[in-house]
Ligand binder design. Structure first.
Ligand code: GDP
Ligand code: IMO
Ligand code: MG
Length: 440
């Protein structure tokens, strides 16, 4: 059974929730009797905000996978996902209401209140020197630091207050992190309050702890359908993105294989679908070569308003830009992408002309095809554009690629041609609703 992994192909917020929901709904429909669908979250934490629209109802899923809104679907939260217990409890309410099942990996780290304090305090101090990253303030960076330093409190430690306290005191964990919070001029949340907070929010998590790696391996062996749902986007990956303006986890399918040991077997070819907006957005600071600024600023504001480009997690306005095919080619290569889903094509309707970036001039020369898009490259590159003709028709009711206006079809073909026709566009989003999509 092919594993279809969903990955963000840009700087996040590409519409992963919508495509994931669609793939899950199809998998549930086609699921052979006696098998189940397993949706796997394998990176990030509540910095994500995945929006799903079903009829009049809008769900925004942050810490868990989008499968929580599907009855009977097993949502696995993997060992590299960082958990905010309050966010998790809110989403467990949604899962219970909709009938989605949830299992947490015992060794996944907990985001402590101290981590959120620290994230915000560091950002505030850095903003005085224009050095802020523009994080979501959800404690992601500090929680991952503690995971990699092997000190983090694990979900499996939440079983009782004594064990929580013991884990927090191990190797001077609580004291050392509290000292850093004090260094930034804040009063750290006390040890007792931290233990109480963890305990107060742990009951429903503890009853859902399990060996998620065994569950996924077993399901894979039995031929059940597995839908891995990535968070963030390849250009926010700690290694492949433009550090420090990145998140603190891997955003490619490598995070799935690294943490679940799921590999590309001959009989189960992996499919990695990059979700990509028909234009580009970015939240927070950091280089953004095709940002609509200067003479394009008014277009950027129009796209932001029509596309409702405001963060699903923080409500911040998203920066808008033209589609950047140099960045996409890079993301496809380092992310091992096999298919694309182009979302929000409907938002470009009405623009008389659409610019697309097809090259960067960097240090007086063209960027090389396999060059790494480091922060310096993205900051200093001058984007080279072609201008394509737009279309005026409303495309939100179109369900076949051939029925799109000819210029919209040409826009999609231009993207495929640029990628040497090796990565097909399998889905095209034409509206936020579940069924507003062109299928292969
Ligand atoms: P994610 O983080 O990648 O899941 O994306 P977000 O949910 O943060 O942001 C994507 C936004 O675009 C959400 O408000 C979606 O409802 C909306 N959306 C997704 N696909 C489409 C589409 O094809 N057209 C339109 N107009 N909106 C879409
Ligand atoms: P989804 O899954 C868009 C961005 C933040 C900031 C940087 C670091 O909804 O696509 P962090 O809080 O992770 O330390 O912030 O990463 N960021 C996202 N941007 N969508 C996301 O998730 C994001 N998750 C993190 O805005 O620039
Ligand atoms: Mg989002």
């Amino acid at each position: 059974m092919a594993i279809k992994t969903i990955i963000g192909g840009q700087w996040g917020d590409e519409g992963k929730g919508k495509v994931s929901d669609l793939i899950i709904a199809e998998a549930v429909r086609d699921c052979p009797a006696g098998t189940s669908v397993i949706v796997v979250r394998f990176n990030g934490g509540p910095n994500a905000g995945h929006t799903i629209k079903v009829g009049d109802r809008k769900y925004v899923v942050h810490n868990l996978a989008s499968g929580i809104i599907h009855a009977g679907v097993i949502n696995v939260s993997g060992p590299l996902v960082v958990h905010d217990l309050e966010a998790v409890n809110q989403e467990l309410d949604t899962a219970e209401e909709c009938g989605g099942l949830v299992v947490f990996d015992r060794s996944a780290p907990v985001i402590l209140p101290l981590h959120k304090q620290l994230d915000k305090a560091v950002e505030l101090a850095a903003s005085a020197n224009n050095r802020a990253i523009g994080t979501t303030g959800r404690g992601i960076g500090p929680a991952y630091s503690d995971f990699w330093s092997r000190d983090a409190l694990k979900l499996g430690d939440l079983v009782n207050p004594e064990r929580i306290r013991r884990a927090l005191l191990n190797r001077g964990y609580y004291e050392s992190r509290a000292a850093i919070v004090s260094h930034f001029g804040l009063q750290p949340i006390s040890l007792d309050d931290t233990v109480d907070w963890c305990h107060a929010h742990s009951g429903r998590v503890v009853s859902r702890l399990g060996d998620t790696r065994e569950i996924v391996a077993e399901a894979h062996a039995k031929g059940w359908t597995i839908v891995p749902e990535g968070a963030q986007g390849i250009l926010l990956d700690t290694v492949h993105g433009s550090a420090p303006f990145v998140t603190s986890s891997f955003c490619t399918a490598a995070a799935l294989t690294a943490t679940f040991g799921l590999y590309d077997l001959q009989e189960t070819p992996n499919e990695v679908i990059a979700i990509v907006k028909a234009y580009t957005t970015r939240v927070g600071e950091g280089p953004f070569p095709t940002e609509m600024l200067g003479t394009d600023q008014a277009i950027g504001e129009d796209v932001r308003n029509r596309g409702q480009e405001f963060g699903a997690t923080t409500g911040r306005p998203r920066r808008c830009g033209w589609l950047d095919l140099v960045a996409l080619r890079y993301a496809c290569r380092v992310g091992g992408i096999t298919q694309l889903a182009i979302t929000k094509l409907d938002i470009l309707s009405g623009l008389p002309e659409i610019k697309v970036c097809i090259g960067y001039e960097f240090e007086g020369r063209p960027i090389r095809e396999h060059e790494t898009l480091t922060g310096r490259v993205l900051r200093e590159a001058t984007p080279q554009y072609v201008t394509l003709p737009g279309w005026s028709d409303d495309i939100s009711g179109v369900r076949r690629r051939l029925d799109l206006p000819i210029n919209a079809q040409a826009y999609l073909e231009f993207i495929e041609d640029f990628l040497d026709n090796t990565i097909p566009i399998d889905f095209v989003g034409v509206g936020p609703e579940r069924d507003a999509i062109i299928l292969p």
